[in-house]
Design a protein around this ligand. Sequence first.
Ligand code: SF4
Ligand code: SF4
Length: 477
Amino acid sequence: MGDDNMGFFDFEHGKLMLNVTNKCNFYCAMCVPVRDKGRSTLTKKEAFNVADFAIGKKFHFVEVSGGEPFLVDYTVDLIEKLCYGNITFVQLITNGALITNRDIDRLKGLPNLHVTFSLHGTGDTHDRITTKKGAFEKADHNLRQMADSGVNVALNTVIQKSNYHSIYDIYTYFSDIPYEWHGLTPVEMHLPLEQSEIQIPPESVDEVEKAIIQIRESAEAKGKVVYLPEKMPSYENSNLSLQSKGKKYLHPGFMCSVPRRLLIVYNSGHILPCYHYNWRKYETVLDFRRYDSVESMIMGDDYMNMILKGTGPLGCPGCDTLCYVWDDDFRRKITEPSFMDTTISSTSEYLREEMIKRDPSLLYEIDGIHNINKLKGNRPVYIWGAGRGGILTKRLLKELNIAVSGFIDSDPDKNGIVVSDLTVSSPDLLDKLFNRENSENSPYVVIGSMSAGEIKKLLREKGFKDYKDFQVNERII
Ligand code: SF4
Ligand code: SF4
């Protein structure tokens, strides 16, 4: 334990993402953190403990975000601490509406600070998306004031149903500000139920692409830096299907470098080494409030052993490549896999198969969805969970050539609506279809929801048996 483990980590080329709170003064339809159940904020002591760790380990990049960080009374103190602690790049992400003149006075002149404003439109468009009248006026004012004070500012705009028709105007409106960059990115394609309210209508994708070309040309002419999608994703072809070719992922997962460089600190007090692998199954290792300090958690043997397991031959099967392009090793493994990478990856595949032959239950641990074709037989498949997890599960099943008959969801508001071309039914439907005498004539259920624990209990109460009649998509929880 202790600094002996430091050779294992490479934080100097790494990133620390610090989510101080999931509280927000707005409620944007496309926002995932504000939809979490429950609200929590790190205490000042906890956040400063994380900052001390980041400074001590010489992290190159630290991002402070929320929810809305300016709802937290210590945010400016925290930013000062990080900036004066020699972090090379301190990024603060805000919706901009709560910033005061005093905050700006304190932030101006801080070394290495970059403040990113989330602004999704001008005037009423932004107000509608954030669901707060007057949100735009305040954020626009504070953005301009901050830029005038010499703070490095940037903007991020999520292109979605409410603003796709005006993205060129949005870009133009802000283009007089000396920002570092303006990013205009399409809303994630796999966001949950409200998707019909926020997704860009498929028939309008061409219109958006034209506007993007217009923005790119104008930015080049004016010398503005803009981040734009190369191509608009389509619902059918978004990143999940890019991730896998059959069962092979673009990144092998095995010996992945990201968990040794990344720390994601959540407002709940949990720390995860990357976004995509199911680290939550090591729940007790991840809660830093159980340790004396962040240092003792991260540099302790449990955390290191968890990463060794997760990036070992039976660990992560690989993930989406796009989030981790900042990690040179990650990128190299994808773009120019060396002989060793290919060998390691195929060895890993071989080891998995060998281990599974010896203990078939390991497949459950490894693959997310367990041996589904054999287990379901000819039974109709239903997905329990009509939110983001359910939609992802449907797409994963599609890749396995498995048709889905419908969604099940306990939320009465979803009963009868159509999500991703399938009708959502209440759990009562399963009672009607389940045959206790012979479950082989009953539906097979795949749970695609973060509330898998509760759903499993309900299914067992209805007579469904683990694996035989239902299973959890482990990639979701
Ligand atoms: S302002 Fe940001 S954190 Fe707040 S609801 Fe909107 S997207 Fe979420
Ligand atoms: S989920 Fe991605 S980043 Fe995380 S360990 Fe697996 S391959 Fe690496």
